[in-house]
Design a protein around this ligand. Structure first.
Ligand code: 6CS
Ligand code: FE
Length: 297
């Protein structure tokens, strides 16, 4: 592991402390001169912790990526593959991780200037993929994701020192308020909320199906909701949500006939590579937490 560029007491973690702490790092590390976001957009992103861009990819690209998701979900050679996570109850495909290694079109998307230039600008450096996944959120039986901060997990279980990572979620189906559209608490990324409880061995085997460890207390969620409110990422297929690694977010179950399928690309700064996990006894597997820090070009 590389040496930490940040001290270990920047963010308390799980069993050591349940007390929320103010964020100690910027949200936006670059400037308007570094990429496509202008100054106003960067200010908004710093303040709210997320940015929604409609028509981010074309309808033809939506069709291509949808075809890739359907191919991955039905590929018999991926049955039982550790990168495929199924729904606890229905057994339907819930997520597929490390998709850039399973789909050339998605691999090309991670290097597309529309995506890569924005990730570099927000993180103020070269970037690599910490994690990629597609979430299917199938109709009728798609189960949601309880309130959490991604960074809390990526700090505690993957060893990321600081919240210098950003996710780009691209909608491949219309995201409605009622089919599991991602809820975010605007501004909540400025507060670090440690998860509650010890981290079991191989927690990811359960947490990627239903996260119960590493989630904040109901008091912390209620306090953040009181201070920040709740907003929601809705919009047509082709829209993109850029969200800070530490923003509190969640999605509800989907009992409608309309799937909510998104591609998630998680970029981490090459100056924020993982050290030893801050709570788990061992790092998670490479298909969830990349070990290849080669900058994307
Ligand atoms: O543990 C993780 O890395 C994953 N879990 C959630 C609920 N969101 C981020 C990520 O996909
Ligand atoms: Fe998440």
């Amino acid at each position: 592991m590389t040496t930490a560029t940040h001290t270990t007491d920047d963010y308390p973690t799980r069993h050591r402390s349940e007390e929320s702490k103010p964020r100690k790092h910027p949200t936006v590390w670059g400037t308007a001169a570094d990429g496509p976001f202008d100054e106003a957009a960067l200010d908004e992103h710093e303040r709210h912790g997320f940015t929604i861009l409609e028509d981010f990819i074309t309808p033809a690209e939506v069709e291509t990526f949808t075809g890739e998701l359907n191919r991955l979900a039905s590929d018999p050679t991926l049955q039982g593959d550790e990168r495929v996570v199924t729904e606890k109850a229905s057994g339907e495909v819930r997520s597929v991780f490390q998709v850039e290694k399973l789909s050339d079109p998605i691999d090309a998307l991670t290097r597309d200037p529309r995506v890569l230039d924005r990730a570099r600008q927000l993180l103020g450096s070269d970037v690599y993929l910490h994690q990629t996944r597609v979430n299917y959120m199938p109709g009728f039986k798609g189960t949601g994701f309880y309130w959490h901060s991604d960074f809390e997990t990526w700090h505690a279980e993957d060893g990321l020192p600081a919240p210098r990572a950003v996710s780009c979620s691209i909608a491949l189906t219309r995201n409605y308020p009622f089919n599991g559209g991602l809820m975010v608490m605007p501004g909540s990324h400025q507060t670090f909320v440690p998860g509650v409880g010890e981290t079991p061995e191989n927690n990811h085997a359960a947490s990627l199906k239903e996260q119960t460890v590493g989630v904040p207390s109901e008091e912390a969620i209620a306090d953040l909701a009181r201070r920040c409110g709740v907003d929601q990422f809705t919009g047509p297929a082709g829209s993109a949500l850029w969200f800070d690694s530490n923003i509190m977010h969640a999605s509800s179950n989907n009992i409608t006939p309309y799937p909510r399928s998104n591609v998630f690309l998680v970029f981490n700064s090459v100056e924020n590579t993982p050290v030893e996990p801050f709570a788990a006894s061992a790092p998670r597997p490479a298909h969830i937490a990349a070990r290849d820090f080669t900058p994307l070009h």
